[in-house]
Design a protein around this ligand. Sequence first.
Ligand SMILES: N[C@@H](CCC(=O)N[C@@H](CS)C(=O)NCC(=O)O)C(=O)O
Length: 210
Amino acid sequence: MKLLSATPSPYARKVRIALAEKGLAFELVTEVPWDRDATAPRYNPLGKLPVLILDDGSTVFESHFILEWLEARYSEPPLVPRDVDGRLAARRLEVIADGVCDATVLTLFERLRGEGCSAPWLERQRRKIEAGTAALAQAVRPGATYVLGEAFGLADIATGTVLGYLELRLPEFDWKAVHPHLAEWFARISERPSFASTRPQAQRFSDPVV
Ligand SMILES: N[C@@H](CCC(=O)N[C@@H](CS)C(=O)NCC(=O)O)C(=O)O
């Protein structure tokens, strides 16, 4: 398998962590998805990464679907709780985490518009980012090792990757001061090898995006 990825992408990082946790070998192909020479549109009609390219040339895209696909094809170790309530709780947190990432991406591109950027739009995204982070903070029990129950899984991957992305992209949002127990949890999970080896890093784009 190959994984089309970008170094800052929280969506691609979710998949990198899941592949590492499941012990699956893959070739990491890194590109800048915003540049005109990006290859993602060849594999995903939506033009976005991450894309998992299988050995037979078929593709799986959209991070939540790739994680679902991995869970269906490679069930061990499980990353999604087997009980219905646990599974739904993990998926719900993933929806929130992905939504915070989406609002952060929209914020970054709106800011790139410079003087023409829309204050009401930025404010709308800021509310989503702050409320989404507060919802994640509520889900993490103070002192807990894992977000849900006693095992590592999707809820940790989703929560940890969005927090890593916020740390990189919106350093002015001091969620660590607002939610100190979330900051402590994040520090612990960040030491896990699958997290430590995939820390997000900014990329430079060459082409105008907005
Ligand atoms: N909902 C998608 C979001 C993926 C996404 O936005 N990827 C960005 C990189 S972080 C991308 O490839 N953007 C290029 C574009 O939208 O043209 C997922 O979860 O996989």
